[in-house]
Design a protein around this ligand. Structure first.
Ligand code: BTN
Length: 229
């Protein structure tokens, strides 16, 4: 079972950083780090991820069986576990009613067979930093009351299922929740209409010049299409 052993910290810089340390020290597959508060929470592409103490689920898992589809599987699992309708904004932001509810950050050394899967989920937040207002949301703002800790069992069970799911099943589940399909998207080198993802998780975009594929590691969509966290 993933989620054990578990370390819970009152305050730490980043649960991903703690989980990486544990991974390098030999922690087993499924080791979980959670925290009430992060002082230097990290997001994708060098962004910060901030949440007030005990208002968000902050968790990182050490994984030693790592598929390339891990970021996609994690987003689908978060959607499975949540008690509200969710969509996924490529590559793996979880949205509720076009606002970001959860963010996912995969780090580590996939070529060495381990990764850290970090998830931040806004649970009881009602006020966000000014630059996130209109962009971020929480379960409470979605009308659902939950204790942060109460979400964990369902989320771990969903992750367990989706991390081992066949790729075709995963891609189908991801596509059903695709928030960008049919939308105009812009990135620093062009613009077009989102047309789903391929088996590697790259975004397919139809442009007047033909179909292009965008890699999540190299490309980010321009601000107005992005759900910051
Ligand atoms: C993103 O949306 O850009 C990813 C956000 C990931 C945030 C989580 S919170 C728990 C874990 N620890 C971190 O420092 N980041 C992830």
């Amino acid at each position: 079972m993933i989620g054990a052993p578990r370390v819970h910290l009152r305050s730490t810089d980043s649960t991903n950083e703690r989980a990486k340390e544990l991974a390098l020290a030999g922690a087993p597959h499924g080791t979980l780090v959670t925290a009430d508060e992060q002082t230097a929470g990290r997001g994708r592409q060098g962004r910060a991820w901030a949440a007030a103490p005990r208002e968000a689920l902050l968790m990182s898992l050490v994984l030693r069986r790592v598929e390339p589809t891990l970021p996609l599987a994690a987003a689908v699992a978060v959607c499975d576990a949540l008690p509200v309708d969710c969509e996924i904004k490529w590559p793996n932001d979880v949205w509720h009613e076009r606002r970001k509810l959860a963010g996912i950050l995969v780090e580590g050394r996939l070529q060495e067979g381990w990764a850290v899967l970090g998830i931040g989920l806004n649970v009881t937040t009602t006020e966000f930093r000014v630059e996130l207002s209109g962009i971020a949301t929480s379960l409470r703002l979605a009308g659902v009351e939950y204790e942060v800790e109460a979400l964990l069992p369902e989320l771990l069970a969903a992750l367990e299922r989706r991390l081992d799911a066949p790729v075709a099943e995963l891609l189908a589940a991801w596509s059903e929740r695709d928030a960008l399909r049919g939308e105009r998207v812009r990135w620093d080198a062009g613009e077009g209409t989102a047309a789903g993802i391929d088996e590697s998780g790259a975004l397919l975009v139809d442009t007047p010049e033909g179909r292009v594929t965008l890699d999540a590691g190299e490309v980010h969509l321009l601000r107005e299409r992005e759900g910051a966290g």
